[in-house]
Design a binder for this molecule. Structure first.
Ligand SMILES: Cc1cc2nc3c(=O)[nH]c(=O)nc-3n(C[C@H](O)[C@H](O)[C@H](O)COP(=O)(O)OP(=O)(O)OC[C@H]3O[C@@H](n4cnc5c(N)ncnc54)[C@H](O)[C@@H]3O)c2cc1C
Length: 494
């Protein structure tokens, strides 16, 4: 019997992971990718002798990559290491906090630098773990659209504990009630940005995120973030996935409410199932007939976008580590700008990522590769016209807070703005993580990993359940594969 055919639209992390899983299940998988390279947002590029990861820089839950490596019995391990210091925080008044991965050291640092009782840090991280243990199975590892998934014991336990899960308070309120120093509150509020949300609106349940760093660990692949993409590409090749680059899908072919293939450059690719890793806005606006348009799901508030400067820097800066944050002095105003206007604040929080601190090949000797990012609103169709203003504000803040004249050190430069992100990955408005998690129902208002109206059509990636970010995209692939196993009768289900 011929194997069943699967077409995957897009080779982002979710697309590669689902392709690998389906190939392992016996499907003949073809990935069609519009770009000339794989990985979507998780790609890399060079400026002279400087290497840059284009998008993601924080790597958590590496076990999800290990799981894929083991699943296909790939002979080479994926090499990564755990960070001892997670983040270096800088405040405008000169306060500096180094967040050690060792919780007792971290709590002590918070006590010394921010005069916070250590016990409050322990309490907060314990609560974060509780949120994780109680809700991960419920919200992250299964479909929320299948009634049967609500009938198991773990889910039931998660639901009855819901009143204690901080769904009715905001992250910021909970943090302000836990810590007395507003700098500590700001440090923990920042975790809302890990999925592009606003701590002043997002439910306190998002305080689950610090557990990922402090409980599970923050990691870096030995050769930088792009190694995640190259490893997944290796796994895909190992299990026989075919990837066609420069292949833009222009239509999902539907017959009697059933997906029977796709069209790319007027070539028809017939298949038994179609899985989209593209943003759902692209799918419903451009690839499917209007009658399937899920207005309510598409109208949800989007996550933030980013403006990134890639700077090849001459010289080295020992005060900086891999992850560095230069905090805004008015966090509330910054988030108001990101979510209620079309322009970032004049004093944005700046994130600087420098992989050459560990991956020496990423920059020439006595030089560093700076990835300098500020969170900005996703664009709403208008031209992003604040480029020079953002750059000016960023330079001034870096100079002020690091006591440097940074322009003198920049030897090569490039940038990424919300419009670039949309052009390069088709993300709606250049949002980094699909929908925001700014309300308690967000988890239930993400698109499911399958279409309830079109048989044989499935979804993975940051714009669908369980959400954006590398770990969740990997989980979306796992959930979609399970749904495919349940819904499609294949001859080769393991
Ligand atoms: C600047 C930035 C910083 C980030 N930081 C982090 C971080 O630190 N940690 C973290 O975990 N996450 C981070 N993220 C988010 C993370 O990168 C994404 O959530 C994740 O990579 C999205 O993967 P995906 O599977 O949704 O696919 P995407 O990366 O969105 O890729 C989709 C792919 O589909 C292709 N495609 C779209 N339409 C078509 C079509 N019609 N035909 C063919 N191909 C098509 C696109 O070309 C693209 O390759 C960041 C993102 C950005 C941009």
């Amino acid at each position: 019997m011929n194997p069943k055919k699967a077409i995957v639209i897009g080779s982002g992390i979710g697309g590669l992971a689902v392709a690998i899983r389906l190939a392992k299940k016996g499907y003949k998988v073809t990935v069609l990718e519009k770009n000339s390279y794989g990985g979507g947002k998780l790609s890399e590029f060079y400026l002279d002798a400087f290497r840059f990861d284009k998008g993601p820089s924080l790597f958590t839950l590496p076990n999800l990559i290990d799981e894929l490596t083991a699943l296909v019995e790939y002979p080479k391990q994926f090499n990564y290491f755990k960070l001892d210091t997670i983040t270096h925080y800088f405040y405008e008044d000169g306060t500096r906090v180094n967040a050690s991965a060792d919780i007792s050291k971290f709590a002590h640092e918070i006590y010394v630098k921010l005069e916070e009782e250590e016990v409050q840090v322990y309490k907060h991280l314990k609560r974060s773990k509780y949120y994780y243990d109680t809700t991960a199975d419920l919200f992250l590892t299964q479909s929320l659209s299948q009634i049967k998934n609500f009938l198991n014991l773990k889910t039931f336990r998660g639901i009855i504990r819901a009143p204690r899960l901080g769904l009715t308070s905001t992250m910021h309120k909970k943090n302000a009630a836990t810590f007395k120093n507003k700098k500590t509150v700001q440090l923990f509020d920042r975790y809302a940005t890990y999925n592009g949300s606003n701590p002043y609106k997002a439910p306190a349940l998002l305080n689950i995120i610090p557990h990922l760093e402090f409980g599970q660990g923050a990691f870096l692949p030995q050769e930088g973030m792009h190694q995640i993409t190259s490893h997944l590409l290796n796994l895909a090749a190992f299990v026989g996935v075919e990837i066609q680059y420069n292949a833009t899908v222009s239509e999902i072919i539907i017959e009697k409410d059933c997906a029977i293939g796709v069209k790319s450059d007027d070539v028809v690719f017939k298949s038994d199932i179609v899985i989209s890793d593209a943003d759902i806005h692209t799918i419903y606006n451009r690839l499917l007939p209007k009658k399937y348009y899920p207005r309510k799901l598409l109208n949800q508030e989007k996550s933030s976008s980013a403006y990134v400067f890639y700077w090849g820097i001459k010289g080295s800066f020992p005060a900086l580590g891999l992850h560095n944050i230069l905090f805004s002095d008015n966090y509330k105003r910054e988030f108001d700008c990101i979510f209620n206007t079309d322009k970032p604040d004049v004093d944005p929080t700046i994130y600087i990522n420098i992989t050459s601190k560990y991956c020496k090949k990423d920059a020439p000797e006595n030089s560093e590769n700076w990835f300098v990012m500020v969170n900005v609103p996703h664009h709403q169709g208008t031209v992003v016209n604040y480029a020079s203003e953002v750059r000016k504000n960023v330079i001034a803040k870096v100079n002020r807070m690091l006591q440097v004249d940074i322009e003198k050190h920049i030897v090569v430069e490039s940038k990424l703005d919300p419009i670039d992100i949309e052009k390069q990955t088709s993300s709606y408005g250049g949002s980094l993580y699909g929908n925001s998690s700014n309300n308690m129902f967000s988890a239930f208002l993400r698109h499911a990993n399958y279409s309830s109206k079109i048989k044989g059509l499935y979804f993975v990636g940051g714009s669908v359940h369980p959400g954006g970010g590398i770990p969740l995209c990997l989980l979306s692939a796992k959930i979609a594969t399970q749904l495919i196993s349940d819904k499609e009768s294949t001859y080769a289900v393991i």
